[in-house]
Design a protein around this ligand. Structure first.
Ligand SMILES: NC(=O)c1ccc[n+]([C@@H]2O[C@H](COP(=O)([O-])OP(=O)(O)OC[C@H]3O[C@@H](n4cnc5c(N)ncnc54)[C@H](O)[C@@H]3O)[C@@H](O)[C@H]2O)c1
Length: 346
């Protein structure tokens, strides 16, 4: 039987993950329609939508804020699927000033969850994009969904609040919520404030690649296309299998940030002496690797892109698209107050 065409609302799709997920779903499901709600903060970029997409009758862009309950309600009332990506997302920025993080990540999520509750008869599923940052410091080599939630930064705390808020709406009101906790994601169009694009563009601009602390703590990095495939599976999986569940997604492999800087230096043929170690920032965590066995057993998903391959694809994208990212170069670092009271750019 032919699948029913769906109308999908994606919040925050002018950003990194949302725009890549949109690209993937837009080209894979040619009869699906997409509504995008984005406030175009410093992290949103209209250049993240192709001209083909912007000209399509299947694409509608709404410039507004997720904390605006009435507009959110209206858009959710028209949607079969809601994918909630919009958030303030930069850990370091949350150390500098966290008000927006709690407003957008917690209260914004509340507005979206309320709208899903109001339109429970219409919305088939609500996919909330949480994060591995909610776990804090890894207590085990691989972290599964039962790992305690000990957020270390205000960003992580706001995301943990949103994550549990969505769960509570599932328990209390029976909304069709699914909570996805991606580990670190990288790929084309990521904002230059994040480590991998910062390293790549610093290499392109012939500037130092600055690594915080020793650069040795390891994290799990996954290419963004593997996340888009995971979300596509969640849209189409039998609802009773996924409703109210939390799923980790990641590569399952940990790599240090210093190693990543070295690989980028190798691939971009710049000397390793261009990598500079600077003071660490407060609240750093070593998240170790993702245990994605729950998602894998249930839906047969596994990450497909090897780190080296994804990194080369990402480097090519930044080399070929300076018109998209050049305007962000002045936003690469944020001033933060260190424990000794000094202010440093991180
Ligand atoms: N990038 C990662 O490594 C990663 C890992 C795990 C989870 N996540 C989560 O995935 C989601 C997307 O992350 P990203 O890296 O694409 O972020 P991003 O910062 O690149 O994009 C965020 C988008 O949200 C929009 N936005 C911000 N505040 C808004 C508001 N109040 N109303 C409407 N739109 C608003 C911005 O304009 C931007 O387009 C976030 O929820 C983030 O917490 C990211």
């Amino acid at each position: 039987m032919k699948k029913k065409a769906k109308k999908i609302l994606i919040t925050g799709a002018a950003g990194f993950i949302g725009s890549n997920v949109l690209d993937y779903l837009f080209s894979k499901h040619i009869d699906y329609e997409f509504i995008i709600l984005d406030a175009l903060t410093y992290a949103g970029n209209l250049k993240n939508f192709s001209d083909e997409m912007k000209d399509s009758s299947r694409f509608r862009f709404i410039y507004d804020d997720i904390t605006n309950a009435s507009i959110v309600d209206q858009l959710v009332s028209e949607s079969d699927i809601v994918i909630h990506c919009a958030a303030e997302t930069h850990v370091t920025r949350s150390i500098y000033d966290n008000v927006k993080f709690f407003e957008t990540d917690v209260l914004g999520t509340q507005a979206v969850a309320n709208a899903v509750y109001h339109h429970k008869g219409r919305v088939e599923r609500f996919i909330h994009i949480s994060t591995c940052e909610v776990y804090g410091q890894g207590l085990t080599k691989k972290m599964d969904e039962n790992h305690p939630l000990n957020p270390h930064s205000p960003y992580a705390a706001a995301k943990a609040g949103a994550d549990r808020l969505v769960y509570s709406y599932f328990v209390t009101y029976g909304i069709p919520a699914i909570i996805l906790r991606p580990f670190n994601i990288y790929g084309p169009r990521q904002h230059l404030e994040k480590a991998i694009p910062r390293f790549i563009t610093s290499a392109i601009l012939n500037e130092p690649l600055t690594v915080h602390g020793t650069g040795r703590p390891e994290r799990d990095y996954m290419y963004v296309d593997d996340l888009a495939k995971a979300i596509d599976l969640l849209i189409h999986a039998p609802l009773e299998k996924v409703k109210g569940e939390v799923f980790n997604v990641g590569s399952g492999k940990a790599i240090s940030i210093l190693k990543i800087a070295q690989l980028i230096a190798d691939y971009m043929k710049i000397p390793k002496s261009q990598i500079h170690l600077v003071k660490d920032r407060p609240g750093q965590v070593s998240t170790f690797a993702c245990d994605f066995s729950k998602f894998s057993k249930l839906l047969g998903w596994k990450p497909e892109v090897e780190f080296e391959d994804g990194l080369k694809r990402t480097i090519e994208w930044y080399k070929n698209n300076p018109d998209v990212w050049k305007q962000q170069t002045w936003l690469r670092s944020v001033p933060i107050i260190m424990e000794d009271g000094t202010i440093e750019l991180h």
